[in-house]
Design a protein around this ligand. Structure first.
Ligand code: ADP
Ligand code: ASP
Ligand code: MG
Length: 444
C-alpha cells in the first residue's frame, strides 16, 4: 500500500512536534506501507517571511506603506501588488520555509533509525504554471519519487512549491501544501492521502468559533469544495478539486493521535461494502470568510454595457469578484454592489477610478468591515425554505444582512464583521448542527 501523509504547520511547529511526526512516519512505514510525506513550513514561518519582505519594502520607501501579512490568497507586497519581479522573489523567499521543515523531518527519521530523503519542489518534479504566489500544478515527474521509494526511503517532500517552465520557483497559494499532497497522491495513485492537522477532522464549523461543533465522519467532495471556497481553511480548495477529479480518498485527521477523522468521498461511496447515505442532513456545515471587502458604485448609467465595463475592468486586473447585487433603476441610473478579496480592494478601487463610466456623479464606496457566512449541504437541493430559515435565525439575533447569494448547495450572506462569529453560532445551532448525528436523527 502507498500512503501520502501531509503534516501541517502546527504539526511541525516545534522540534518536539517534528520528533513526534518522525515517529508516526516510521510507524506507518513499519506497517509495510510505502510512504510519501508532505510538510508545511513550521507554524508562523510563512507569515514571518512575508512580513520580512514587507518590512524591507516599507523601509526602502520610508515607512509610508502598511499592509497585512496574513491572508489566504496571493501575497500582498506593499505598494506594488501584482508586480512580477517582486512576486518571483517572494516565492523564492517563502518556499524556504518548507525546505527547512522537510530536511528537519528527514533528519529526525534518520536519527530514529529509518531511511528518509527530503526533496524540494523542483527535485521531485513538481511542475507548475508561472503564476507566482498562486501557481497551479501542471505535471509531476514521478521518476525520482519512484526511484526513492524503490530504494526503501520515506520520501519527505517540501509542500507548497514547484517549478515553472523557465526554471523559477513558484508557490501554490496559502495552504498550498494540502494541494501538493493530494496532487502527489493522484500522480502516484496512492491508496490514501492523509491530511494530518491540528484538528481531529472537518467539523460542522470551525471549532475555534463554536466549541459545540461536531466532527463529520464524511463529506462529499462537492461539499468540501464549497466549505473550502467559503472560508473553511482546513483544506485548500484546489486540493479538494484535484481529489475530486482523480477520485483520491482524502482522510483529514489529527496529527496527535490515530483516531479516525473525516473522509472526503464521492457522493455514493462503497466503503466497507456498504453505501453511506450522505443526503440526510440538509445543512452539513457553516463557514466564515473574513477576507472579503465590499464595493458600491453609485449612480451607474442604466444602459447596456455599463455592468460589463465595470466587471470587465476588474477581470482584466485579475480581481475575482464574488457576490454581485444591482439595485432597481431610478431615473436612469442604478447602484451596483459587489465583493472582492480584501487584499484586492485598493487596486480594485484604483482600477475603477480610471474608468470614464465612473462619472463625476458616481461614487465609489468601499467597506472592509464585512464578512461572509455560508451554510452548505447537498441536502439543500431537495429542500425548500433553507434560505428563509437562515434569514429568520439571523433576524432573531438582530443581525442585519447586507447581501445574499445562493447556489444549489449553499446560502451565503454578508454581514458586518462584528457579527460574524455570532452569526456562525446562530446558524449552527438553528440548523441543529451542535447535536450529534444520533440526536439529529431522533429530533427529525
Ligand atoms: P495546517 O497547518 O495543518 O494546514 P490549518 O490551520 O491550515 O492547518 O487548518 C486547520 C484549521 O482550520 C483548524 O485549526 C481550524 O481552526 C480551521 N477550520 C476552519 N473551519 C474548519 C472546519 N469546518 N473544521 C475543522 N477545522 C476548521
Ligand atoms: N506554509 C504555507 C502557508 O502557510 C503553505 C501551507 O502551510 O500549506 O500558507
Ligand atoms: Mg493548512
Amino acid at each position: 500500500m502507498l500512503v501520502v501523509q501531509k503534516y501541517g504547520g502546527t504539526s511541525v511547529g516545534t522540534l518536539e512536534r517534528i520528533h513526534a511526526c518522525a515517529k508516526r512516519c516510521l510507524d506507518t512505514s513499519r506497517q509495510g506501507h510505502g510512504l510519501v510525506v508532505v510538510v508545511s513550513a513550521m507554524s508562523g514561518e510563512t507569515n514571518r517571511l512575508i512580513s520580512l519582505s514587507n518590512r524591507l519594502i516599507s523601509q526602502v520607501h520610508g515607512d509610508q506603506t502598511t499592509q497585512s501579512d496574513e491572508g489566504k490568497g496571493p501575497y500582498v507586497v506593499s505598494g506594488r501588488v501584482g508586480h512580477r519581479p517582486h512576486q518571483r522573489e517572494l516565492d523564492q523567499l517563502v518556499s524556504t520555509g518548507e525546505k527547512v521543515s522537510a530536511s528537519l523531518l528527514a533528519i529526525a527519521i534518520q536519527e530514529l533509525g529509518g531511511k528518509a530523503i527530503s526533496l524540494v519542489g523542483h527535485q521531485l518534479g513538481m511542475m507548475t504554471d508561472g503564476s507566482f504566489t498562486n501557481a497551479r500544478i501542471t505535471t509531476i515527474d514521478r521518476e525520482r519519487l519512484h526511484r526513492e521509494l524503490d530504494a526503501g526511503h520515506i520520501v519527505v517532500c517540501a509542500g507548497f512549491q514547484g517549478l515553472d517552465r523557465e526554471g523559477n520557483i513558484t508557490t501554490l497559494g496559502r495552504g498550498g501544501s494540502d494541494t501538493s499532497a493530494v496532487a502527489l497522491a493522484a500522480a502516484l495513485q496512492a491508496d490514501a492521502c492523509e491530511i494530518l492537522t491540528d484538528v481531529d477532522g472537518v467539523y460542522t464549523t470551525d471549532p475555534r468559533i463554536e466549541p459545540r461543533a461536531q466532527k463529520l465522519p464524511h463529506l462529499t467532495y462537492e461539499e468540501m469544495i464549497e466549505l473550502s471556497s467559503l472560508g473553511a481553511k482546513v483544506l485548500q480548495i484546489r486540493s479538494v478539486e484535484i481529489a475530486m477529479k482523480h477520485r483520491v480518498p482524502v482522510h483529514v485527521r489529527s496529527s496527535l493521535h490515530t483516531g479516525e477523522g473525516t473522509w472526503i468521498v464521492s457522493e455514493q461511496p462503497q466503503q466497507s461494502g456498504r453505501a453511506i447515505n450522505l443526503q440526510t442532513p440538509i445543512v452539513r456545515g457553516v463557514a466564515l470568510d473574513r477576507n472579503e471587502a465590499k464595493i458600491t458604485v453609485t449612480n451607474v448609467a442604466d444602459i447596456p454595457g455599463s455592468i460589463a465595463t465595470i466587471f470587465g475592468k476588474l477581470a482584466n486586473d485579475g480581481v475575482v469578484v464574488d457576490m454581485i447585487i444591482q439595485n432597481a433603476s431610478r431615473n436612469g441610473s442604478t447602484d451596483v454592489t459587489f465583493t472582492v478579496p480584501e487584499q484586492d480592494l485598493d487596486r480594485s478601487i484604483e482600477g475603477l477610478q480610471a474608468l470614464d463610466l465612473i462619472s463625476s456623479t458616481s461614487e465609489l464606496i468601499s467597506d472592509r468591515a464585512i464578512c461572509k457566512i455560508s451554510i452548505v449541504g447537498v441536502g439543500m437541493r431537495t429542500h425548500a425554505g433553507v434560505a428563509a430559515k437562515a434569514f429568520e435565525l439571523l433576524g432573531r439575533d438582530n443581525i442585519n444582512i447586507q447581501m445574499v447569494s445562493t447556489s444549489e448547495i449553499k446560502v451565503s450572506v454578508v454581514v458586518h464583521e462584528r457579527y460574524g462569529e455570532l452569526a456562525v453560532r446562530a446558524l449552527h445551532e438553528g440548523f441543529g448542527l451542535h447535536q450529534s448525528a444520533g440526536e439529529q436523527q431522533a429530533a427529525s
